[in-house]
Design a protein around this ligand. Structure first.
Ligand code: F6P
Length: 365
């Protein structure tokens, strides 16, 4: 019986629990042993039964809708060092784990990909230093890894949606609907900062879904010499049309064309100073990550969980680790390494001020 472990890593996202639930139950259904790694990579480095736990069908009962991640997550510095990964390798072998499924964002999956590519040299070091026997070395020579993408940011290339993004979008839209009511009452302007790290998907989609007046996203930087005029002109026009509210959404990673951050304070200054609007700033923060998973995330996480286990069971050492994606409403497998590289190329394009490339890589027009 193969032993397959699942862990969550990076920022939590609604739907991660549904993903773990589907993975655990599919592992059991496929006649393998299911394990969870508690606290993300930190649990891998700490090891032992407290952190790498075998679990049964009932363990994940009731998890389908729950927000957050019940098996914990952490941003682990030790795993970033080879020494930490060597310890993690030993811990997985001690627990008898054959394969690992990681649900996380691009940073976590980059770590997963590195771990898998380094595995042969890690396990060889353990054998050469007599920490493990030749027999154990031969048994665990290859580690199969599979990634599912859990992140509210929807920033992973090669997949249309990440688990949690639509739930966070729902939270943002609900919050902006609430803000609209109070903005209307006072005829106020609001600058709303949303999460997304250096991806503008949440800001852009929330802007469309709430009919915001103006949106700042990293992929289409504000032009230093014209954004103030452009925003003022648009807001003034909307006000002249009788709008009592003004909503400007700022992605937390928004920048100008010199790569300087666009801050809510700067936007506030223009709305209140130049346009004389009574303006408030609302930073939504972690409320965007909380709450139950919307139906789409439950379904996506479940279907992708089943696919992840099947991909792991079918995987062979010569096939690159898969990432479970969704493309045009179909669950698909992509080479993890390529998805991670493509995702990084968006950040590289922005850093190189090649914004057209960043936009086309993100499919933004
Ligand atoms: O990646 C998810 C995310 O929520 C980002 O949108 C945000 O930038 C970051 O995590 C916040 O991280 P933390 O929870 O560590 O403050």
């Amino acid at each position: 019986q193969k032993a397959i472990a699942v862990m969550t890593s990076g920022g939590d996202a609604p739907g991660m629990n549904a993903n773990v639930r589907a993975i655990v139950r599919t592992i059991i259904n496929r006649n393998c042993r299911a394990y969870v790694v508690m606290e993300g990579y930190e649990g891998l480095v700490k090891g032992g039964e407290e952190y790498i736990k075998e679990c049964n069908w009932e363990f994940v009962r009731g998890w389908l809708s729950e927000g957050g991640t019940n098996i914990g997550t952490a941003r682990c510095m030790e795993f970033r060092e080879r020494k930490g990964r060597l310890t993690a390798c030993k811990n997985l072998i001690d627990a008898g784990i054959d394969a690992l499924i990681v649900c996380g964002g691009d940073g976590s999956l980059t770590g997963a990909d590195l771990f898998r590519s380094e595995w042969p040299s890690l396990i060889k070091e353990l054998r050469d230093t007599a920490v493990i026997s030749e027999e154990i070395y031969n048994r665990y020579k290859h580690l199969n890894i599979c990634g599912t993408v859990g992140s509210i940011d929807n920033d992973m290339s090669t997949t249309d949606a990440t688990i949690g993004a639509y739930s966070a979008l729902d939270r943002i839209c609900t919050a902006i609907d609430y803000i609209e009511a109070t903005a209307y009452s006072h005829s106020r302007a609001f600058v709303v900062e949303v999460m997304g790290r250096n991806c503008g998907w949440l800001a852009l989609m929330a802007g469309i879904a709430t009919s915001a007046d103006y949106i700042f996203i990293p992929e289409k930087p504000a032009q230093t010499n014209s954004w103030e005029d452009q925003m003022s002109e648009i807001v003034t026009r909307h006000r002249a049309n009788g709008k009592r509210t003004t909503i400007v959404i700022v992605a937390e990673g928004a920048i100008d064309n010199n790569l300087n951050p666009i801050t809510c304070d700067e936007v506030h200054k223009v709305l209140s100073g130049r346009l004389k609007l009574d303006t408030r700033i609302t930073i939504l923060g972690h409320v965007q990550r909380g709450g139950t998973a919307v139906a789409y995330d439950r379904v996506l996480a479940t279907l992708q969980g089943v696919e992840a286990v099947d991909a792991i069971i079918e995987s062979t050492p010569d096939v690159p680790s898969p990432l479970i994606a969704v493309n045009e409403n179909k669950i698909t497998r992509k080479p993890l390494i390529e998805s991670v590289a493509l995702t990084k190329s968006v950040a590289d394009a922005i850093a190189a001020k090649d914004f057209d490339k960043a936009m086309s890589l993100r499919d933004v027009e």
